[in-house]
Design a protein around this ligand. Sequence first.
Ligand code: GDP
Ligand code: IMO
Ligand code: MG
Length: 418
Amino acid sequence: MAVDVLIGLQWGDEGKGKIVDYLADRYDAICRFQGGPNAGHTIYINGEKFVLHTIPSGIFREGVKNVIGNGVVIDPITLRKEIKGLEALGVDVRSRLKIARKAHLILPSHRYLDAASEKAKGDKKIGSTLRGIGPTYMDKTGRNGLRFGDIDGPNFKEKYNDLKAKHQQIASIYPSFDFDWNEEQWFESIEFLADFERVNCEYYVNDILDKGGNILAEGAQGVMLDIDFGTYPFVTSSNTITAGVCTGLGIAPSKIGEVIGISKAYCTRVGGGPFPSELFDENGKKLQDLGHEFGATTGRPRRCGWIDLVQLKYSVMINGVTQIALTKSDIMDNFEEIVVVDRYEIDGAESKELPYDLCDENYKPLHRSFKGWNTQLTSDKYAMPAAFVKYLNYLEEYVKVPIPLVSIGPEREQLIVR
Ligand code: GDP
Ligand code: IMO
Ligand code: MG
């Protein structure tokens, strides 16, 4: 059968966790294919809030396998904390979670290098979550990394020490600073994780497909944070796009089925880098307040702006998106006017394409405005206000992709299924 893909179409935090949790019982397995504990996926179940960083968002569903794929980078300390938190709530993580042997490990010294590199960049810093993501992927592509499967080898500790020594040499180019290394906890966490099932991810997922099963690949971050197609260098260090599913799980492109893109009805970004539709006025403040826009991983305030359709269409194109779930529509219930960016002015001419480098400020986003619906959205698809339908129709027509799901609240069932 197929691997459906669910990815963030903006700069992350689109509400992927909520939608994956909602869809999860239709699948045999939910698989994370990239990123690491820089992700924070929030799920509300009966008023209770859960934030997942490395574990897929299908973990609350009985009978569904949850795979941390080979493209993911794992911090053992964070993962252990996450597992223990879920187990304390009675979630049977042990039987549901599988960890790819080929997933790379984040060492304390990767976190140190992440922090050192950010400090050295000064005001040009990326705004990294400081989880060691960049340095770990650098070691992966530089062919120096340690992988989860290595924990079973006889010389794991030696490999760890060699890599740490390399990192210490690199770190000597930066001024030193106090740092919580937590090495003891790191090794304790490795021992804890050694009790969980390790899989050869490529065989595990293809076996599910061969037996007629279905898989949902859960993206982290968003298209605009993709290492190749995002707002480089203000990006993360993995391929967040559909193509990343093939390398991050070990499946062929021909196995990809539906591609579900998640977009907020507005737009947010956390960390540095360009954000053309960002608002610095009271509308931006209103979106931040009503949307509780603070990072699920770092607690930093998220920058807010209007939805950018030029950007959204770019994401649809790169990922082969077949349907969109629009989230946080309820946050715009009390706006007199809803604005979208639908063109850019680049060097004096109008364009519906993103410029090469959004960091160069030689462009201007152009707006179109809609009358707000000014009423509380409910799950009843027949009760959707006309102004909201008009807005949705415009979005669908612009990006040429249907929007069958509209999320109107953080809880699992707060959805309009159109
Ligand atoms: P993710 O990283 O894409 O999974 O998203 P985050 O969890 O970082 O951020 C999304 C936030 O919006 C979380 O606090 C969710 O609980 C919340 N959320 C998701 N969908 C909706 C929605 O439709 N309405 C409202 N009000 N909140 C939502
Ligand atoms: P989810 O999966 C939003 C951002 C950081 C920073 C940049 C690089 O919850 O949507 P990194 O730590 O990867 O080196 O940071 O990417 N970033 C995210 N922003 N949501 C995320 O994940 C993010 N993961 C990383 O803020 O700007
Ligand atoms: Mg998030």
